[in-house]
Design a protein around this ligand. Structure first.
Ligand code: XMP
Ligand code: MG
Length: 180
């Protein structure tokens, strides 16, 4: 699996340092509150478990599964709700935890969905932000890294459901796409 990687963008150590920084920022923001922290499956699984443990504050955690990619490297443009949270978020402070914001369509869908349910506040923490990919207006409050306009894998991010378990974030060799 490591052989398929062209270059490492962010090492395990760099990711850990960013998680610690974000954890401190989030703890300050929610001091005295108990936010509902919602991880977006499956890409955010590792980031979610790391970030939750880096925040010294009360919280509830939940997960939501949405899909817009269907195994390709281009967004299909539509967002599907595959599995909902089971926490009632009316009047609650919600923190969405994402792996990456690219076109912004997934995030926009989540922001609209949670706003419609009467959340008191909604903030977003994303490990990666790809501003060059943005098609709709949806911004994050806490950002780990700003990434170049390349398709990235690892630490939860997949290509065709593989590479999520790489402990770092990298770019695949071009032949991996063409051979599939
Ligand atoms: P949008 O375009 O809706 O994308 O902002 C959000 C979701 O798309 C996936 N995504 C990627 N997945 N490498 C990946 O493995 C990428 O470079 C990439 N760009 C977008 C991701 O699942 C994210 O939640
Ligand atoms: Mg995703």
């Amino acid at each position: 699996m490591n052989n398929d990687i062209l270059k490492v963008l962010y090492s395990q150590e760099e990711i850990q340092a960013v998680v610690n920084r974000l954890g401190r920022e989030i703890a300050q923001t929610y001091a005295g509150k108990t936010p509902v922290v919602v991880g977006v499956l499956k890409g955010a699984i590792f980031f979610m478990t790391d970030i939750a443990r880096a925040v010294d504050s009360y919280m509830q955690i939940d997960f939501i599964d949405v899909s817009s990619y269907h195994g390709a490297t281009e967004s299909s443009g539509t967002v599907e709700l595959l599995q909902d949270i089971n926490t009632d978020i009316e009047g609650r402070d919600v923190l969405i935890v994402e792996d990456i914001v690219d076109t912004g369509r997934t995030l926009k869908f989540l922001l609209d969905t949670f706003a419609n349910r009467g959340a008191q506040s909604i903030k977003v923490c994303t490990l990666l932000d790809k501003p060059a990919g943005r098609a709709v207006d949806a911004e994050s409050d806490f950002v780990g890294f700003k990434v170049p306009n390349e398709f990235v894998v690892g630490y939860g991010l997949d290509y065709d459901e593989k590479y999520r378990n790489l402990p770092y974030i990298g770019v695949l060799k071009p032949e991996i796409y063409t051979n599939n």
